[in-house]
Design a binder for this molecule. Structure first.
Ligand code: CP3
Length: 342
């Protein structure tokens, strides 16, 4: 097998696969004891800027589970830190921004990102590609809407009220902010792919807070632009959000080869909405807390439903829950990889 012939990249391109490829969002992170050990006493964003640590953490789930792809250990707000914004990730809370963005002057003061600002990212990707061999590395970025929400609210938000206030009430500020974040995301993905990442995922985790009309009018073009810039790099693209049952056709239209489907949408319905594309998903992340045979039976249903898609990459419908038992993910990985496709 070669990297380009790996099950993950073949499925992403909609080609025949030897087995259904599987990886897990947030596989590199809090559910692994070896992760907690190496992270002791080091802040989240500081860890992301240490190439040796990023390499080790990214490899941990690949070693333990034998998943079909590695996800680069970083965060969607890391590029904002790299261009100089005062931002940190507080344990148990998430990203917190010292000076929330509210005006056109605030937007204009955010620097663009160029490769010289993130040497630790290029270095970590190069290390990883050398270690991973035939296992693909997925690079990623946060999509403009999701990242804008952190910047405008100043931290995590349930209702995204200030973000939407800007979207509806100050369209020129909104457009400038979305364009700025989009350009940073494109540059950040370019750095990762030029250093050797073989696919990218655009995380629009909070897009599900939008109506389809508002997504189309205020958000979609900016995500589509990031995806188009990534297409020029020649790697498959995955576009993912949470609670997006009503947005899946638009997220497909935005242009990725693969659309990620969260667990609330039955996979067959998701497949019908995304058009002639591959899908990624979508086992309920809480099913790892069920008895193993219950979890595996549901995983089998996901794989069966996935056969109707142009390609299917098995994943959870959102990130691994921190209290997940790693042995359950190991059993799940082995089950998916051994599942007969004929
Ligand atoms: O394993 C992986 O998926 C790779 C690494 C990764 C992280 N964050 C590491 C992380 C990825 C792909 C992300 C993306 C990310 N970050 C998203 C999109 C994906 C999603 O889950 O919807 C979002 C919305 C963020 C913002 C963010 N960063 C949140 C909401 C949190 C959780 C806060 C908490 O502690 O509950 C983080 C922190 C974070 N990012 C952690 C990790 C491993 C935990 C922090 C720690 O271990 O100290």
């Amino acid at each position: 097998m070669t990297l380009q012939d790996s099950a993950f990249l073949r499925a992403a391109r909609g080609e025949d696969v030897p087995h259904t490829p599987v990886w897990f969002m947030r596989q590199a992170g809090r559910s692994l004891p070896e992760y907690l050990k190496v992270r002791e006493g080091i802040g989240m964003l500081e860890s992301c800027m240490d190439p040796d640590l990023v390499t080790e953490i990214t490899l941990q789930p690949v070693r333990r589970y034998g998943v079909d792809a590695a996800i680069f250990f970083s965060d969607i707000v890391l590029p904002l830190k790299s261009v100089g914004l005062d931002i940190e990730i507080k344990p148990g809370i998430g990203p917190v921004v010292a000076n929330p963005v509210r005006t056109l002057a605030d937007v204009a003061s955010i620097p663009d990102l160029d490769a010289s600002m993130v040497p630790y990212i290029s270095q970590a990707v190069r290390n990883l590609v050398a270690e991973l061999g035939d296992t693909p590395l997925i690079g990623f970025a946060g999509a403009p809407f999701t990242v804008a929400s952190y910047l405008v609210e100043g931290g995590p938000s349930k209702d995204h009220a200030r973000t939407k206030a800007m979207m509806f009430g100050a369209p020129e500020v909104w457009e400038a902010l979305m364009a700025k974040i989009g350009a940073i995301a494109s540059a950040y993905l370019r750095v990762q792919v030029e250093a050797g990442a073989s696919a990218v995922q655009l995380f629009d985790s909070w897009a599900g807070a939008l109506t389809p009309a508002d997504y189309r009018q205020h958000v979609m073009a900016h995500s589509a632009r990031v995806l188009a810039d990534a297409a020029a790099l020649g790697v498959p693209r995955i576009h993912f959000g949470v609670g997006t049952s009503n947005l899946l056709s638009l997220m497909g239209e935005a242009g990725a080869e693969v659309v990620g489907i969260d667990w609330r949408t039955p996979l067959d319905r998701g497949i019908a909405q995304v058009g002639d594309r591959a899908v990624q998903g979508n086992l309920d992340p809480a099913l790892v807390f069920a008895p193993t045979e219950v979890m595996l039976a549901r995983a089998g249903e996901v794989i069966e439903a996935g056969k109707a898609a142009r390609g299917h990459i098995f994943n959870l419908g959102h990130g691994v829950i921190p209290t997940t038992d790693p042995d359950q993910l190991k059993r799940l990985t082995e089950f998916v990889q051994a599942y007969p496709l004929a």
